[in-house]
Design a protein around this ligand. Structure first.
Ligand code: HEM
Length: 207
């Protein structure tokens, strides 16, 4: 039976599970952007490069799994509403950024998995030295892998650039809430804050 979604409330916080996903995935992705950028620049073919690639692939697959769980969680647990004090364009930009993040959280690590599956080098992906992630079917059995691998490298890099761009937008939005609008939007996603009054709540209470 279909049960109606619980109503959204102004000033509501994100729940502990959403907060856990947000900060774990955010930190992992930021680390992965740095790691990816560094590892492609160390001595090619060195054992250091090999180890960094394995670490990158392992963390990336963890991000993919966490992101799938996060999307499932988000689809079944509605987020608190955006503050009604936002202008229409601000709310639209916030929504586009959030949807963009969900798409990239899934597509960026998956493109990495596709790339290593299509690689002519056929290196295994050993997750934290424990088990080997299978290559994706179809891609691993292509007769001419090189052009596909090259294209997927480009795609992976551009998706990483898009992720970094969204991160900058998201950060700019968060800082605007904190220091210009002063509405405690950030507090709704901080693990150590209890339900804090939002700007709208304060206005309502005449504070
Ligand atoms: C959150 C997920 C991920 C992020 C943010 C990320 C980010 C990056 C970045 C920034 C680069 C450097 C691109 C360049 O400058 O050429 C890179 C390269 C690479 N990534 Fe990822 N990545 C992620 C997930 C994955 C996954 C899951 C895999 C594989 C299972 C993977 C495999 C690779 C490989 C093999 C390269 C090197 C490509 C080359 O040799 O040019 N990545 N990644």
């Amino acid at each position: 039976m279909h049960s109606p979604r619980p109503p959204r409330q102004t000033g509501e916080r994100y729940g502990p599970v959403a907060i856990f996903f947000h900060w774990t995935i955010a930190l992992a992705i930021l680390g992965m952007l740095v790691l990816g950028t560094v590892m492609v620049r160390v001595t090619p073919g060195s054992s250091l490069q090999f180890e960094l690639y394995q670490l990158h692939k392992s963390v990336g697959i963890v991000v993919l799994v966490l992101s799938i769980l996060r999307v499932l969680w988000r689809l079944t647990h509605p987020a608190p509403a955006l503050l009604p004090t936002l202008k229409a364009w601000e709310a639209a930009l916030a929504r586009i950024t959030h949807v963009g993040f969900y798409v990239l959280m899934l597509v960026l690590p998956f493109s990495g998995w596709m790339m290593v599956s299509a690689s002519v080098w056929n290196f295994p992906t050993v997750i934290f030295g424990t088990f080997t992630l299978p290559h994706l079917p179809l891609l691993s059995t292509l007769s001419d892998k090189k052009p596909v691998e090259d294209a997927l490298k480009e795609v992976h890099e551009w998706l990483a650039i898009a992720m970094f761009t969204l991160f900058l937008l998201h950060l700019a939005g968060a800082l605007k809430h904190q220091f210009v609008l002063k509405d405690d939007t950030i507090g709704r996603m901080l693990p150590w804050r209890r339900a804090a009054a939002t700007g709208a709540d304060r206005k309502e209470q005449g504070l």
